[in-house]
Structure formats: C-alpha cells, structure tokens
Design a protein around this ligand. Structure first.
Ligand code: UD1
Length: 416
C-alpha cells in the first residue's frame, strides 16, 4: 500500500495550476450518455474517480477514453443498463449515472454507491424525486432497479438542496417531453457547470445559480466539446496549506467567485489574498489567528469539503476557532491524528473547538477519507519532523498527484 513520507517545516513557495473540478467532471461524464453521440470534455483531472466513471461508460456500451485530461465518449451504441457492484462501490458519484441511464436506456440496475465514509449518505431524495418523474424504483437488498415508460415532467420541491439529487433530476428531465421545475435546488458551481454542459448539447435549462431550475425537455441532444471549471476544493486545500506553512503561493486556473466563502474565512485569519480573474495569491498577513466561529453549509456558504483543510490550517493559528459541520455527520476523523501531533482540538458532536498551538510534531497518520486525508498532509507539511500518511488511495480520489504539486512548491514529500 502506498503512503506519503514527508518532512515538515518548509514554507510552501511558488506557483501552481489548479486541476479541473472532480465534482464537476464526474456528473458531466455521466451526462455523456444523454446525446447518443460524441462528447469531448477537457480539463478532467487525472483521478481514480474519473477513471472509474469512464469505466462505467464503457460498461454501459459506450466507447469512452481518457488521456491528457480529456474524456472522449461516443455513446451512440450504449445499450447496457447494469453497473457492476465493484464500479458502484468505487465512488459516491456513481449514483449520478442513475439519471442519465434512466433518461437514455429507460432502465437502470445498480447497487448503492460507495464513496468516503463521512457520515450517513442516503439517496432517499434522489429516489423520491425520480419516482415523482415517473420512474418505478424497486429497492431490493443492496440493489436498485429503476424502470420508466417515459418521464412525466413535474414540479419538484427538494426537502434539502442536495447536489446529487439536483444533478440526477437535471439528467433525467433534460431529454423529456415538457417542463420540469426543481424548487430548493442546489446552487453549487458544479450544478451551474452541468447546466452549461447540457445546454452546450442543446438542452434548455435555466436558473442553476438561483435555486429554482427550469428544465424544458428537448427531444434529442447533439455532440459537444466542453471544458470543466477549476476545482474550488483543491484550490481551498492549497490556500490552507500555504497559510499553515507560512508560505506564499500563486494559484492559476481558479474561479475566485467560487471561493468567496473560503477567502472570507481565511482573510479573517489575517491572510493577505490578492484576486484576479483566473488567479489568486495568498500569504499570511501581520497576524495569523483563529477566526471565531464558522459553519459549513450549502453554497455559497463555506463548503464541507474544505473544512478538514481549514481545521489543519487553524490548528497552528493563534487563538480559537469553533467550526460547526452541518452537512456530514462524521467529518472530524482527521482530528485525533492532529491531536496526536500536538494540536488542541476538541470535538463535541458536530462542532470542533480549535485552540491554535505554536507547533505540530510529525507522526504516523492514516487517511480515512479524501478531504480529511489531504488535511493530514497539510498538518504533516507544517509539523516539525517526519510524518507518514497512509491510505493515500483516498487522497488519490480527489487530488492529481498531490505530492508532486506540493513538491513543486518546495515541500519534502515522497510517495513510497
Ligand atoms: C456533497 C456536497 C457537494 C460535494 C460532494 C462531494 C453539499 C451540500 N454537498 O454532495 O458540494 O461536491 O458532496 O464531496 O455540501 N442527503 C439526504 N438524502 C439524499 C441526499 C442527501 O439526506 O438523498 C443529505 C446527506 O446526508 C447530507 C446532505 O444531504 O447530509 C448533503 O447531501 P448532497 O448535497 O446530496 O451530497 P452530495 O451530492 O454527496
């Protein structure tokens, strides 16, 4: 099993280009089924999740490939409607194939999705929404069998603005006969990107930024070529790493507007952040302190996926921060490792109280999930001495060669 071996204490200095967004690329790859033709998607990050999504397309009868950041898919002959269990378990986003399979193949058989263990990740909102749109769903042991004779356009009010459920509804309704409206829809940038991708194929979807999405179903979709948005969570991770190590970095390929909640939080810590249209720079300012209190919430509030990296960063800031995790129930699994390194973080249910310490010391660390794993790497980079981070297969799900990026900024980190 691979792990990272790192020697902390070096300031991160330099310039990097942020990868394309994983959370955007995966639904776009699932949407390739919809046009029964050719899709070319640029700037897909080279991650195990992206490769698994391409494998799923091929399992469904598409001719799909991934190289040099570009996914090319011809879905003209897709005719299989079963996703094998081993592929479903590779990632959470496999559930997004449900929408595009039902839309194109009228039938989908799949098991419950895998993904990171960060608390309960039910799919009841997906299922209820699809049922309202005329999909018959049979839940049997670990499998879902979904069949439709045709999508019935509806007005759907989501009980929670679930990102995944919003994506599945968009995928099902894009090719249909009539108007579907999603109220209380998710507003994340990845939803706006999916709308952009589907519209580039000829779909008629509006409102993705507003929480009220109007989908006027169209009969068929055409070929398309599209570029994925930059990864806001990877950017947030590098911003936190720069501050934690007292570094100074420039990030290229960022959408600063997607990072407002992160930059606002980090500015409270004293960070000096310069923003331009597609790049930003970050370093510590006159002080580096805790930020009072902060909650993770749906976009445009602070993203749950950036919470672990922020925790690592503020563990070495002066003073106190109280972080409340409102999206996922089990998202502080990195904290005991940080405390073993000398951090002072107390977890009470969904809340972590971080009392900054002047220094962490290296330790043997184990990733239990993607973002928590990256946070442990940040902790190791700013700690004194040697650390190892095990289970880095979790980290590889979301970061393109994380060690190479950190090495290019001067870190001493190896994959062994
Ligand atoms: C979540 C993040 C998304 C991120 C993705 C990958 C939020 C709101 N969503 O999306 O930004 O890109 O992880 O890391 O931050 N829920 C239900 N029933 C459902 C679906 C969800 O109860 O059918 C609950 C979940 O338990 C969770 C919350 O809703 O508490 C967020 O779910 P959702 O947005 O659907 O999660 P993902 O699509 O995985």
């Amino acid at each position: 099993m691979n792990c990272f071996a790192l020697s902390g204490g070096r300031r991160l200095l330099g310039e990097i280009t942020v990868q394309g967004s994983k959370n955007s690329a995966l639904p776009l790859i699932a949407a390739c089924l919809l046009n029964k033709g050719k899709c070319v998607i640029h700037d897909c990050p080279d991650l195990s999740d992206v490769r698994a999504a391409v494998d799923i397309l091929n399992c469904l009868g598409c001719d799909a490939s991934f190289s040099d950041g570009t996914v090319i898919c011809n879905s003209s002959f897709a005719d299989k409607h079963i996703i094998p269990e081993y592929l479903m378990h590779k990632m959470r986003s496999s559930v997004i194939f449900l929408g595009s399979m039902i839309s194109t193949l009228k039938k989908a058989i799949l098991s419950y999705p895998g993904g990171c263990e960060i608390g309960a990740r039910p799919i009841d909102i997906h299922i209820e929404s699809l049922k309202k749109l005329g999909v018959d769903i049979l839940e049997c042991e670990n499998h879902l069998t979904c069949i439709t004779n045709g999508i019935i356009p509806e007005r759907i009010v989501l009980p929670f603005p679930s990102v995944g459920a919003t994506e599945n509804i968009m995928l099902v309704a894009a090719v249909s006969n009539g108007q579907t409206i999603i109220e209380n829809a998710a507003k994340e940038p990845e939803i706006v990107d999916l709308q952009g991708f589907l519209n580039s194929m000829g779909a008629d979807i509006t409102g993705a930024e507003t929480g009220r999405i109007i989908i006027n179903g169209v009969g068929t979709l055409r070929d398309t070529e599209y570029k994925v948005i930059p990864d806001r969570i990877a950017a947030a991770t590098f911003m936190c790493a720069a501050l934690a190590t007292d570094g100074e970095i420039v990030l290229n390929n960022v959408r600063c507007d997607h990072l407002d909640a992160v930059t606002n939080a980090l500015r409270k810590s004293g960070a000096k952040i310069q923003e331009n249209k597609s790049w930003m720079s970050i370093k510590r300012g006159k002080y580096f302190s805790g930020i009072g209190s902060l909650e993770t919430e749906v976009y445009p509030a602070f993203p749950t996926d950036a919470q672990p990296a922020l925790t690592a960063c503020l563990a070495v800031a002066d003073g106190k921060t109280v972080l409340r995790e409102k999206i996922f129930t089990d998202r502080f699994r990195h904290v005991p490792y940080m405390n073993n390194m000398g951090a002072d973080i107390k977890v009470f249910g969904d809340t972590a109280e971080i009392n900054g310490v002047s220094e962490l010391k290296g330790d043997m660390l184990l990733a239990h999930e993607l973002r928590g794993g990256a946070a442990l790497v940040i902790a190791g980079l700013c700690a004194k001495g040697q650390s190892t981070v095990g289970n880095i297969n979790f980290i590889d799900r979301g970061y393109e060669s994380l060690e190479k990026t950190f090495r290019s900024l001067g870190a001493d980190i190896q994959r062994i």
